[in-house]
Design a protein around this ligand. Structure first.
Ligand code: NCD
Ligand code: ZN
Length: 344
């Protein structure tokens, strides 16, 4: 196959950052996607409708002329979130999910939640009004090995949570393990998962063999090859519980290339090319459209997009860097040629 025509995809998990940085991230995202679920982990985080609405306007102001892009906002759950904030969010028409970051689990998660008990009323309300709960699924217990944190989260936190709130709509975000794939498959239809392009394309050997690659470091960290294979199998299975979510998470070059580098991989510039490459690697390009364009809106109860995009099999070179505020960001795969190109 040398040409793919797909219903225009959406991204169900992206970090656009703020202010000057939006000048880079928003045009990239808008070229690839019609809509995107916007992560709220700014500093300080987006915790209520007023902040979400102002952030949404800042994003919209950076959408290039001629493109349509709809930011689907999210709220960051903290110990101060109340049931009435959830109801307001649901009624606002601009908030499509609330994000649970276990405190300390990842970049800008220090305001996250340590004790889920405290969120009981909030979660009850979310279940009642059908507001999706978006979860960064890793425990932060220092005793737990970083490669096991997702699997332990599923056992310790997610299973009891689902038991307690059986009809709560949940997206386990950016899954990275066979454990997560198997678990999601066993759950009812109100529970789904997103998968990033980079977790389909790299494993921990790519991160660590022959020297540490800071630009391949993200959270949850890439795992063994068997897990990468399980993710590829899930994404290309046609199972509607699995859908696209890039977790494109840019950091400046200085923040990555240092003795304590930030977690996050930037993929927004060519996300669809990366997913196409991953699906092609297992001869499953026929499953790409459902994963990128159907399963996400179906889960979020939004209409599927009506316009189309075209991907062409044509080798091109991603630039070594993009401007990123006063610095630059190194995009994923700037080191190798990319096989699929989004036609403009
Ligand atoms: C994200 C970021 O930088 O905001 N980093 C990452 O490695 N994925 C946060 C997150 O989604 O974990
Ligand atoms: Zn993320």
């Amino acid at each position: 196959m040398t040409k793919l025509i797909l219903t225009r995809p959406d991204d169900w998990h992206i970090h656009l950052r703020d202010d000057l940085l939006l000048e880079t991230t928003v045009p990239h995202a808008a070229q690839q996607f019609q809509r995107a679920i916007i992560m709220p982990n700014l500093k300080p985080p987006i915790v209520d409708v007023a902040q979400a609405s102002a952030y949404r306007q800042r994003i919209l102001a950076k959408v290039p002329k001629g493109l349509t892009f709809e930011p689907l906002m999210t709220l960051y759950l903290t110990a101060q979130t109340t049931p009435s904030m959830i109801k307001m969010a649901q009624e606002s028409g601009i908030v499509f999910g609330c994000k649970l970051y276990p405190a300390g689990s990842t970049t800008h998660s220090e305001n996250g939640v340590t004790d889920l008990q405290k969120l009981e009323k909030v979660l009850e309300t979310m279940q009642e009004v059908a507001m999706p709960l978006l979860i960064h699924g890793e425990v932060t217990d220092t005793e737990v090995d970083i490669f096991d944190r997702e699997a332990v989260f599923i056992d310790r936190i997610l299973k009891p949570l689902i038991k307690k709130f059986p009809t709560l709509r949940i997206v386990l975000e950016h899954i990275t393990t066979k454990d997560a794939v198997d678990f999601i498959k066993s759950t009812p239809e109100n529970i789904a998962a997103t998968i990033t392009a980079h977790h389909l394309l790299i494993n921990r050997n790519d991160l660590l063999v022959g020297g540490i690659k800071p630009h391949y470091y993200c959270l949850p960290v890439v795992k063994r090859k068997v897990h990468q294979e399980a993710l590829l199998a899930a994404a290309t299975s046609g199972n509607p519980k699995f859908f696209i979510g890039t977790d494109s998470a840019p950091h400046s070059r200085e923040a990555k290339e240092t003795d304590c580098g930030c977690a996050g991989i930037y993929t927004a510039h060519a996300a669809l090319s990366f997913y196409a490459e991953a699906f092609e690697s297992v001869q499953a390009l026929d499953k790409l459209e459902a994963f990128c364009s159907f399963n996400g809106p179906d889960f979020y109860r939004l209409p599927r997009n009506s316009s189309k995009v075209t991907l062409i099999k044509e080798e091109w070179q991603i630039p070594k860097s993009y401007p990123f505020g006063k610095s630059e960001v190194e995009p994923f795969r700037s080191d190798t040629a990319t096989a699929w190109k989004l036609s403009s």
